[in-house]
Design a protein around this ligand. Structure first.
Ligand code: G
Ligand code: G
Ligand code: MN
Ligand code: NA
Length: 251
């Protein structure tokens, strides 16, 4: 099919564009890290994951893509001036589950990992709850022992087994944005967010809420004890230069 062919042609490191979305500490408003989101440059326009991920995975290009995004982001952030956020700045990278193998990760990212380590960047590896399966647990445990932070993304939408979640003891659970969107229409009693927070506490994880679009949501989440947040209310995912000026203005 022509879309598949187009993606195969475009999926080269030179066409990969990283956008960075700030992650804030809700209690202080400080930017403490960012999530890296990959796009593909197609002539003068960008194409977004929804449009290329199916073709990418179908054609076995998922590793090529994850590697190109991670390398570009780690090298760029290792070189950037992060101001007062530089100590322990957290870089969250999304990975397809098949690429979250420790040996594979080290083989593909070695020099960028060296740079990141040198700059004291904390690397957070995101796996969606949907992809959280028994086979991945031992790999996540190894990665955690190596010093990576692990987060379960889109939490609340998948089918994870809590015993498995507890075994990994992820550093972060990321509350899926659908729960944040519906928050204002619901009373807190009917929202699942307090239960998600309780699970996080039980397994020793901190909580990141994504999809925060209003001040009211940010405040409600902060009051519930959610530590970190991301969303359009603070900033959209954006190119590196814009992200760095946002960071310097905020902190
Ligand atoms: O910002 P946005 O529309 O682009 O992201 C849509 C989805 O694409 C998200 O679920 C995100 O996890 C996924 N995604 C974005 N960048 C990457 C990447 O570099 N690797 C992987 N595996 N998924 C990504
Ligand atoms: O699935 P994952 O959480 O990795 O991807 C995050 C996705 O959410 C990206 O597509 C990103 O652009 C999007 N996103 C980030 N903040 C917001 C927000 O406040 N509102 C909405 N609608 N989408 C958001
Ligand atoms: Mn994510
Ligand atoms: Na998510």
């Amino acid at each position: 099919q022509s879309m598949d062919f187009r993606i195969q042609h475009l999926c080269q490191p030179a066409n990969v564009v990283c956008h960075y979305q700030p992650m804030l500490e809700l209690a202080t408003g400080r930017v403490v890290g960012c999530e890296v989101l990959g796009r593909l440059q197609d002539g003068d326009k960008l194409i977004y994951p929804d449009q290329f991920i199916p073709a990418l995975t179908k054609q076995g290009l998922s590793c090529k893509f994850d590697t190109a995004v991670s390398r570009q982001a780690l090298l760029a952030l290792s070189d950037a001036s992060l101001g007062s956020a530089q100590n322990g700045f957290t870089v969250a990278l999304n990975f397809f589950p098949q690429n979250l193998k420790r040996d594979k990760l080290h083989a593909h990212l070695q020099s960028s990992l060296q740079h990141a380590k040198h700059r004291d960047l904390h690397i957070e590896l995101e796996v969606t709850e949907y992809d959280f399966s028994p086979e991945i647990v031992p790999e996540l445990s190894k990665l955690k022992a190596d010093g990576y932070f692990i987060s379960i993304d889109d939490f609340g939408t998948g089918y994870s087994n809590l015993a498995m979640v507890k075994r990994v003891a992820p550093d972060y659970l990321k509350i899926d944005k659908s729960f944040v969107f519906e928050m204002e229409d619901l009373t807190i009693r009917s929202s699942l967010i307090p239960e998600i927070i309780a699970i996080a506490r039980a397994v020793g994880s901190k909580v990141i809420a994504e999809g925060i679009e209003t001040a009211a949501q940010a405040e409600q989440l902060r009051a519930l004890g959610v530590e970190y947040g991301q969303g359009y209310y603070f900033a959209r995912p954006m190119p590196l230069a814009d992200f760095l000026s946002f960071l310097h203005k905020s902190n």
